[in-house]
Design a protein around this ligand. Structure first.
Ligand code: UDP
Ligand code: MG
Length: 343
């Protein structure tokens, strides 16, 4: 753990202690409230804090609204991505550009209450590298979403080698050390919950009640969530490949035994071989299994293909920052185009 002295001396070089990363995709409706609640919390905290909004290709004027706030409020930075890359990429962009000694990830829709941040900072000061926020309840979400989310987290935990904690989303605090560890993971398939878990580090879990969305609508439909679930499983486990082998062995055993039984009947009992329907059922059964197995293999081959292209996870359109924040994070890999807006 970084000792507290360096923390504050770094602050004297105009480097924020806390960075709050907020991915934004079409959240214009909720942003005024988000900013208001964040400002109250930051005022209470009394440590040097920067707000880092990642505009993930919003089309509803979210970025313009935020840019207008920069001139008025100071310690806000807005990183506008060149298009919608998805929340996982937006978070990666945020982590690459955050300069704080601790980093908090927060949803823009206020489902993760900002009022919990002081408690998270407290835990970090006590020496935890990761402060994980675990949902005690999820208000305002349908029974179906809650149940499927519950099952998904359990299945994922069962399948993957690293312990992916159940019922926790992206809402968390990470120390600089944890962020740097995360940046060493080069993969393009960024299933953040899994990556977060993979790095390990001293972690403390806090429970909280997840609020309903303050305004606007969820960006996830069920197909999107299903895709994320498959992504999560195939990025963090190769057990489906083993299932394919297992199912193949079982099917082959059943087929073989059945064949022997037919041969025995034909030769020993003189029972003529008739069985067009059973033949068809065996063929379709095996054909189905083969296609599923091929699909599973294909999923992993596809992943390898995407990784091999080595494309960046996101592209930045521009960065808006308040003129007084002069520190540019040397870790930023992307060349920044700075629009210092006159206040
Ligand atoms: N988000 C994003 N890019 C996307 C989708 C979502 O940056 O492509 C952001 C969104 O603005 C919000 C957070 O990710 O701040 C969580 O999204 P949402 O509330 O729609 O998801 P849910 O809470 O329903 O899982
Ligand atoms: Mg939400």
């Amino acid at each position: 753990m970084t000792d507290k002295h360096t923390l504050f001396s770094r602050n004297s070089q105009n480097r924020p202690i806390l960075s709050i990363i907020i991915p934004v995709y079409n959240e214009r409706e909720v942003l005024p409230l988000t900013l208001e609640r964040l400002n109250t919390v930051i005022a209470q905290l009394g440590i040097c804090t920067e707000l880092l909004f990642i505009d993930d290709g919003s089309r509803d004027g979210s970025a313009d609204y935020l840019s207008a706030q920069v001139a008025r409020k100071g310690a806000i930075r807005i990183i506008r991505l060149s298009r919608n890359f998805g929340k996982e990429a937006a978070l990666t962009a945020g982590l690459d550009h955050a300069s704080g000694e601790a980093v908090v990830i927060l949803d823009a829709d206020l489902q993760d209450p900002p009022e919990l941040i002081p408690e998270m900072v407290e835990q970090w000061r006590k020496g935890s590298d990761v402060v994980l926020m675990q949902r005690r309840s999820r208000a305002g979400e349908s029974w179906f979403k809650r149940t499927t989310a519950h099952l998904f987290y359990r299945l994922l935990q069962h399948l993957s080698q690293s312990q992916i904690p159940v019922d926790s989303g992206d809402f968390r605090l990470m120390s600089r050390r944890a962020v740097e560890a995360l940046q060493q993971l080069p993969e393009r398939n960024r299933f953040m919950k899994g990556l977060f878990a993979w790095i390990g580090m001293p972690t403390v879990v806090l429970k909280y009640d997840r609020d309903p969305r303050a305004a606007g609508t969820s960006k996830w439909d069920y197909l999107g969530l299903l895709r994320l679930a498959l992504e999560g499983i195939t990025s963090f486990s190769i057990s489906p490949l083993r299932w394919a082998v297992g199912i193949g062995i079982i099917a082959a055993l059943i087929g073989g035994t059945f064949g022997l039984w037919i041969a025995f009947k034909a030769f020993m009992l003189g029972d003529p071989v008739h069985g067009y329907p059973s033949l068809i059922s065996v063929i379709t059964f095996l054909g189905g299994i083969q296609l599923i197995a091929l699909g599973i293999v294909g999923e992993y081959v596809g992943k390898t293909y995407i990784e091999s292209k080595q494309r960046p996870n996101y592209l930045i359109r521009d960065i808006t920052r308040a003129p007084e924040i002069t520190n540019i994070n040397p870790r930023s890999r992307v060349k920044e185009e700075i629009h210092a807006q006159a206040s």
